[in-house]
Design a protein around this ligand. Structure first.
Ligand code: CA2
Length: 142
């Protein structure tokens, strides 16, 4: 069994409830049910927080005992040196996912403190990005 932790940052708990034009109309909880069905060989752990330090804690806590981390730090992507440092400090491969195409939006979204520390990034492909990241981890870890 492959162990993958998905970590989502601030406001992603609102997915499906607001701004369906940018982020789609599906809640992450509903998506997670499908993701688990799509990858029965994966043991998914899901964590979401709106608090920067809690995200740092989650990265540290999952960074040595999982096979991979898929992270969408949301707005903290663009501001948090602490989250970038935490990703650099852990052992397991991290894939950065953004639902929207951050490069096609405001300039401040073009900066990521995570990209350089991640194995790779998937942006703009909607929630499918989490499934693609899972596929990569299945094929490239263990
Ligand atoms: O595209 C992404 O996945 C983002 O990480 C989403 C963040 C944004 O700050 C990043 O630049 C790109 C925002 C998440 C907010 O999610 C909402 C969901 C529903 C309603 C309102 C916000």
């Amino acid at each position: 069994m492959l162990n993958i932790t998905i970590i989502n940052g601030p406001n992603l708990n609102l997915l499906g409830k607001r701004e369906p034009g940018v982020y789609g109309s599906e809640s992450f909880d509903d998506f997670l049910v499908q993701l688990k069905q799509q990858f029965p060989q994966v043991n998914f752990t899901y964590y979401q927080s709106n608090i920067e330090g809690e995200l740092v804690d989650a990265i540290q806590q999952n960074g040595f005992n999982q096979d991979g981390i898929i992270i969408n730090p949301a707005a903290y992507t663009h501001t948090s040196v602490a989250i970038g440092d935490a990703i650099a400090a852990i052992k397991v491969p991290v894939i950065e996912v953004h639902i929207s195409n951050v490069h096609a939006r405001e300039d401040f979204r073009k900066i990521s403190h995570v990209s350089a520390k991640a194995v790779g990034s998937i942006v703009g492909l909607g929630l499918k990005g989490y499934a693609l990241a899972t596929e990569w981890l299945i094929q490239n870890t263990k």
